[in-house]
Design a binder for this molecule. Structure first.
Ligand code: DGJ
Length: 539
């Protein structure tokens, strides 16, 4: 062997050792988290949350803002969740309470609450109330609030300071990021093996209130600065050359200002999330205060992770795994569909804690959401709590089937007076879902003045076999469009039942009035039922 060949052989032999050594070094820098850490996994066309290696469907509820402000308050709040069939509670963590004096970080309350939830067999999603809470900065520590020179505020166009930190201050951002990183470090020590905590929301409803953007001196300087190439890619048409300022790229007016502000919000939040993930890489998301239709930016909390700013937030905050809507407005399904995207699994961290949330939760699960979480769950009314408990009970039974199904094998449905009918193709058939009240004979309690929303979900177990779960819906079946087979579809059998230990146990066969003599599957209003349906064809 010549000397060059020998050298090459020695280098080749050393490379695996070098690789091992480099891997060992990297491991020292950031030891890999224990196996089974909660994570998002994309397979067969959908994204699931996995905990301890198993897919997990969130049956959530978010505590009211101050219900986790002390251990006693949290214990009382968790006590009120009994019987709701939740498996996850969303818990605020306030920056102000965790860092009462600069650098004096104390997460003992968070630890106590996580342990308390664990004892109650609940998982936890933490909400980092850091720089933003509903577009304001009410949760930042007093030492941040008072020192406006070091921690600058956002300002109106008239240069009036507002009760919100400026997103253009590196000090604001880095001070928040340091506290958040410490929270995640604490979580890793506290929960890195137990996995009670599933995900973390970074900030709360980031937004700018009153005007479309911050007009402080820092914001003005950024507006006239040259935009970095990644901002050009996110904000300007493809092929736009680098070198322009934000102002030149975006033009004038509230919409332009909102896009500018959204980019900087996203970059800020990305830094905070990245600092946290470097300590403990749980899935992280941001939540949006939605924009009421027809309002100008600023009249709604502007520049948050809103549907019309989706691409900007995605590009500006790659450390954020998903953007999530807080749905208080009508049109639950429409908002869900704006956030359910191939690269953005649907999660609804907040929704009205009214009775309708029960069918909305079924809908979202049918649409393969990670889960839903009514707000102020600890203050839910008895009637809404009873409905939610039944919906979540059903979801508990159905979770294995729902999570096993690939993309396009399940669907959510919602019907009410304004949209009493909807159609979809699922499995091998066309399904028409109508509100139970569409059939007057069917509901003895029919009252034209009250049309509660009907809804539920359908799972295609096979092309001719379905699970239908829900409340106040009627389902009929027809051949899928273009299907050349026999034109008529009948119900071979409809069984009411429940899942026990993963097995569907039939409680009774339905074949008379309950199916209108074989014409339809009906889940009566108020029943939150589950039926398994097998179809057949005839001429
Ligand atoms: C949305 C916020 O995210 C919550 O913290 C709470 O303020 C609710 N609004 C109140 O409706």
């Amino acid at each position: 062997m010549g000397s060059r060949t020998k050298l090459a052989a020695r280098v080749a032999a050393a490379i695996p050792c070098l690789a091992l050594w480099l891997a060992a070094l990297a491991a020292q820098a950031a030891p890999p988290p224990a196996a089974g850490i909660p994570r998002l996994v994309t397979a067969d066309g959908r994204t699931r949350l996995e905990v301890d290696g198993r897919p997990f469907l969130i049956r959530g509820g978010e505590l009211a803002n101050s219900s986790a402000g002390s251990l006693a308050a949290a214990k009382a709040a968790l006590g009120r969740l009994q019987g709701l069939n939740l498996n996850t509670v969303l818990v605020p963590v306030s920056w102000e309470l965790c860092e009462p004096a600069e650098g004096k970080l104390d997460f003992s309350l968070v630890g106590d609450i996580v342990r308390e939830a664990r004892r109650d067999h609940l998982h936890v999603i933490l909400l980092w109330f850091g720089s933003w809470k509903n577009g304001m900065s009410s949760y930042v520590p007093g030492w941040v609030k008072r020192d406006q020179k070091r921690f600058p505020r956002a300002e109106t166009a008239a240069h009036q300071g507002v009760e919100s930190l400026s997103a253009f201050s590196a000090t604001n951002r880095d001070t928040d990021a340091r506290a958040f990183a410490a929270l995640m470090r604490t979580l890793r020590a506290l929960d890195g093996r137990t996995h009670t905590v599933l995900m973390v929301q970074v900030e709360n409803e980031v937004g700018t209130i009153g005007e479309a953007s911050d007009h402080s001196a820092l914001a003005q300087a950024a507006w006239t600065a040259v935009a970095p190439p990644e901002a050009v890619r996110a904000l300007a048409p493809a092929g736009t050359p680098a070198g322009a300022t934000f102002q030149q790229l975006l033009g004038a007016g509230p919409a332009a200002e909102e896009r500018f502000q959204a980019w900087h919000h996203a970059r800020y939040v990305d830094t905070v999330a990245r600092a946290g993930k470097a300590e403990y890489p749980l899935p992280m998301f941001v939540n949006a205060a939605l924009n009421a239709p027809g309002l100008a930016p600023g009249k709604y909390p502007a520049a948050g992770p809103l549907p019309h700013l989706y691409e900007i937030w995605r590009a500006g905050a790659p450390a954020i795994d998903l953007l999530a809507p807080d749905i208080y407005f009508p049109g639950f399904a429409t908002w869900c569909e704006l956030y359910r995207r191939p690269d953005n699994p649907l999660f609804v961290p907040e929704a009205r804690n009214e009775e309708v949330v029960a069918v909305n939760a079924l809908y979202a699960a049918g649409q393969q959401a990670l889960g839903v979480s009514p707000f102020a769950i600890d203050a839910i009314s008895p009637a809404a709590g009873a409905a939610l408990a039944r919906a979540y009970g059903l979801l508990g039974e159905l979770a294995p089937a729902l999570l096993a199904a690939g993309s396009g094998r399940t669907a959510g449905v919602l019907v009410d007076k304004d949209a009493p009918k909807s159609e979809l193709t699922l499995g091998g058939f066309r399904l028409t879902i109508s509100h139970d009240y569409t059939f007057p004979w069917a509901s003895p309690a029919r009252n034209d003045a009250v049309w509660p929303r009907g809804g539920g979900l359908v799972i295609a177990l096979a092309d001719d076999e379905y699970l239908v779960a829900g409340n106040g819906i009627i389902v009929t079946f027809a051949p899928a469009p273009g299907d050349p087979g026999n034109p008529m579809v009948g119900l071979e059998r409809v069984d009411e039942g429940r899942f026990e230990g993963g097995r569907f146990v039939v409680s009774r066969r339905l074949n008379g009035d309950e199916t209108h003599q074989g014409r339809q599957v009906r889940l009566p209003m108020g029943a939150f039922g589950l039926q398994r349906v097998k179809l057949y064809r005839y001429r």
